[in-house]
Design a protein around this ligand. Structure first.
Ligand code: SIN
Ligand code: MN
Length: 293
């Protein structure tokens, strides 16, 4: 899939691109059907909502689930990002966020690059967030909200919030959010929330400010969120476990376009469990680890 010059311009201006119904219902069904089996596992990679058994976020499904391993190599998703960055890509992070009916909690206002910089020592914001809807997303089930153009601010000040939800996040204070929304047009376009059927995809910049409210509707909002990082921009520190911030910087080799419908073979290195090394963390930059080894 090639981006048009208008789409490239729109991405630079707004910080995101929305592709409604990019994947067909048949393609999405292969993923949706695989979700219960990954969510039921009692593993560190399933983070549950505060005080509930509902999965908030599942990490690294592409390492142990065939349909998600195929999605991780899908050319419809990978090629436009490769084009925007002009570099090969590796998978920095792979999540299946539940935002389950009645249970899904908020995601506070944040930029993902804040975390990639502060925790992972990623040199530049040259990693793209990709959201793929596995359920229809509407105004009731906690759609993602963006402040268009806010990526042009670069990295803004953030605070490490360990309390609001079950997942620690570098969050941005309300005052700054209010200013940025006002500057972006206030009630006229200062916040947008792309909504659409299952199979829709959003690409969004690592510095774009985003958030989502809780899901009080009776409809799940399961979405895949993954981050594709330019290979030359790989992280320099393993402060977070490997199932959250990946350490294999090998370029993604795409499968054919029908890979969600045909059983192309894929490697599943964590099929029988994660190695102990995936849980090991270090505060040292990796060039220092290599020197010490
Ligand atoms: C995220 O920002 O990583 C997730 C947001 C959401 O699931 O709404
Ligand atoms: Mn995020």
């Amino acid at each position: 899939m090639k981006l048009t010059p208008e789409q490239i311009e729109q991405f630079d201006r707004d910080g995101y691109l929305f592709f409604p119904s990019l994947f067909s219902p048949e393609e999405i069904r292969t993923l949706t059907e695989a979700v219960p089996a990954i969510y039921e596992r009692r593993e560190a990679y399933n983070v549950r909502e505060k005080g509930s058994d509902a999965v908030r976020t599942n990490f690294a499904a592409h390492m142990y689930s065939e349909p998600f391993a195929r999605l991780a190599r899908h050319p419809r998703m990978v090629e436009p990002v490769r084009e925007l960055f002009g570099d090969d890509l590796y998978m920095h992070q792979f999540k299946v966020n539940g935002k389950m009916a009645f249970e899904g909690d908020v995601w506070q206002w944040h930029q993902d690059y804040g975390t990639w910089l502060n925790d992972d020592m990623m040199p530049e914001p040259r990693a793209m967030n990709v959201a793929i809807f596995l359920d229809d997303v509407n105004e009731y089930n906690g759609p993602l909200m963006f402040i268009p153009g806010s990526h042009r601010k670069g990295v803004v000040e953030a605070r490490h919030d360990l309390n609001t939800t079950s997942y620690p996040l570098w969050v941005v204070e309300n005052e700054l959010i209010a200013q940025l929304v006002e500057r972006g047009g206030g009630k006229n376009g200062g916040i947008v929330s792309p909504k659409g059927p299952a199979g829709s995809m959003i690409l969004f910049h690592g510095c774009l400010l985003h958030a989502s409210t809780s899901n009080l509707s009776p409809w799940n909002r399961v979405s895949v969120y993954l981050s594709l990082c330019a290979v030359s921009n790989h992280i320099r520190r393993f402060k977070r476990p490997e199932f959250i911030a990946h350490r294999d910087f090998t370029p993604i080799d795409c499968l054919p376009d029908d890979c969600l419908l045909e059983p192309y073979p894929v490697d599943l290195p964590w099929k029988n469990g994660m190695p102990a090394s995936a849980l090991a963390t270090s505060l040292e930059p990796i060039d220092q680890i290599k020197q010490a080894a």
